[in-house]
Write a protein that binds this ligand. Structure first.
Ligand SMILES: [Zn+2]
Ligand SMILES: [Zn+2]
Ligand SMILES: [Zn+2]
Length: 436
């Protein structure tokens, strides 16, 4: 303790910021200097607390000047709402899970108080089934928060009958990221898109029923869009800054929808595309990838992440993406030798990262001749294992029995390395590790 107190204030604050919040409160009782320094904003700026840490959260809301994130759900909303009423603690990121009308009322009070204190930049709302009238005050309060940057909402109710939000409440455009899961493009979503049209850059819409295309077309800074494949996409071909597209699967889709194919064929110049499709409908994935390979995006595409597209369509299309730098694949079996042969300096000269899910023992997989061969032929390539990969303690594969590499791969970090055929050089990821 004497050593600790010999440190200058700024160093001591940095040490306190590394301690668990409970320890910071304990140290606060030691002396006047620690009592004052323990409430320095830098000590609390990165701290995240949940309603389940009840005593700790109450103390932090009463004493700390700020918190990074607070997550609350039943039955902790009421206690937090009562504490927040008299709090001066600025919370940057707020996550609320609302189960019923009472929760919605407490959540509204929390948003109102934290919004008044300023500094609220991110809100996540998980709203379980409730009448639109019960959620209206909460949505209205969230809509009025000034300078909000990120809003994520999951609504499990039909909000098409939501009463209008009063127009005199309109906040300044500030949202850059909007993630919205709902049944359809309801009035609240339309309000958000209209109000924040000038600032929105990343929009994820998990809507089972179409897209609000006319509103999306009016977002001049939109650069990333994630949605279900829908015919409405064909109306978004002219978005000037769209660089990233994520397509999620729709349960009912057995054939590629023409509007999505049309969007991909003629759409904007995309740099990053992600397909997250159901693996049991490979025709959809193959058709969408073929459309992308024929599109103006193909020569400039840099990152491709594919789930639910078989290895053959990918192997056949690789040479159409000459700028590709990163390819991530989720396949339901080990890629064949033919797939690995399709990865070559001639077809993908700029490919720096290939991410695959190992099937079976990852150690044995890294020793597979096809894996070794793809690294040897592609001098700049890094192979990553996704999953996250794990090595079983009692693995009986011959490589684990021989114990080669076993200790170095046993750690999580070891298995998550970027395996390559070169020693680390400028431009390599920090965890580049020579495997051959
Ligand atoms: Zn093994
Ligand atoms: Zn080994
Ligand atoms: Zn490297």
């Amino acid at each position: 303790m004497t050593d600790l107190l010999a440190m200058p204030d700024d160093a001591l604050v940095r040490v306190l910021a590394l301690l668990p919040p409970r320890e910071v409160f304990r140290l606060r009782l030691v002396c006047r200097r620690l009592r004052d320094l323990s409430l320095h904003p830098d000590v609390w700026r990165s701290v995240s607390l949940r309603g389940g840490d009840q005593g700790l959260l109450q103390a932090a809301l009463r004493l700390a000047p700020c918190l990074r994130k607070v997550s609350l759900r039943s039955p902790h909303l009421q206690a937090a709402a009562c504490t927040v009423c008299n709090s001066k603690c600025v919370v940057t990121d707020l996550k609320l899970s609302v189960q019923n009308e009472t929760d919605a009322a407490w959540a509204t009070a929390i948003v109102q108080r934290l919004s008044t204190l300023g500094g609220l930049r991110e809100i996540t709302l998980l709203l379980n089934p409730a009448a639109p009238d019960a959620l209206h005050p909460l949505l209205r309060m969230v809509y009025c928060v000034q300078d909000l940057r990120v809003l994520r909402i999951r609504i499990n109710s039909d909000m098409s009958e939501l009463p209008p939000l009063l127009s005199d409440l309109e906040p300044r455009p500030s949202l850059t990221t909007l993630h919205y899961e709902g049944a359809a493009s309801d009035p609240f979503l339309c309000f958000l898109l209209r109000t924040h049209a000038a600032t929105l850059e990343d929009v994820d819409l998990y809507l089972k029923d179409g897209l609000p295309t006319s509103l999306l077309k009016s977002l001049p800074r939109l650069r990333s869009l994630t949605c279900f494949p829908t015919d409405d996409l064909s109306q978004l071909k002219s978005l000037p800054n769209l660089e990233t597209l994520g397509l999620l699967d729709l349960e009912v889709q057995d054939a590629p929808c023409p509007g999505t194919v049309d969007f991909l064929l003629q759409g904007p110049r995309l740099r990053h595309v992600e397909f997250h499709l159901k693996p049991n409908r490979p025709i959809v994935g193959a058709a969408l990838l073929e459309a992308l390979a024929q599109s103006p995006s193909a020569p400039v595409l840099e990152r491709l992440s594919l789930k639910g597209v078989g290895e053959w369509p990918v192997a056949a299309a690789l040479h159409r993406f000459p700028s590709l730098q990163a390819l991530a694949l989720v396949l339901d079996a080990m890629p064949s030798d033919d797939f690995f042969r399709a990865v070559s300096p001639a077809s993908t000269p700029r490919l720096a990262t290939l991410q695959l899910v190992p099937h079976g023992c990852p150690h044995a997989w890294l020793h597979d001749p096809a894996v070794q061969d793809v690294l040897a032929r592609n001098a700049g390539l890094h192979l990553r294992l996704s999953g996250p990969p794990t090595l079983e303690d009692d693995c009986a594969c011959r490589w684990c029995l021989w114990r080669c590499h076993r200790d170095e791969l046993r750690t999580h970090a070891g298995l998550q390395s970027a395996f390559s055929a070169h020693t680390r050089r400028p431009g390599c990821p920090r965890d580049c590790r020579r495997w051959l």
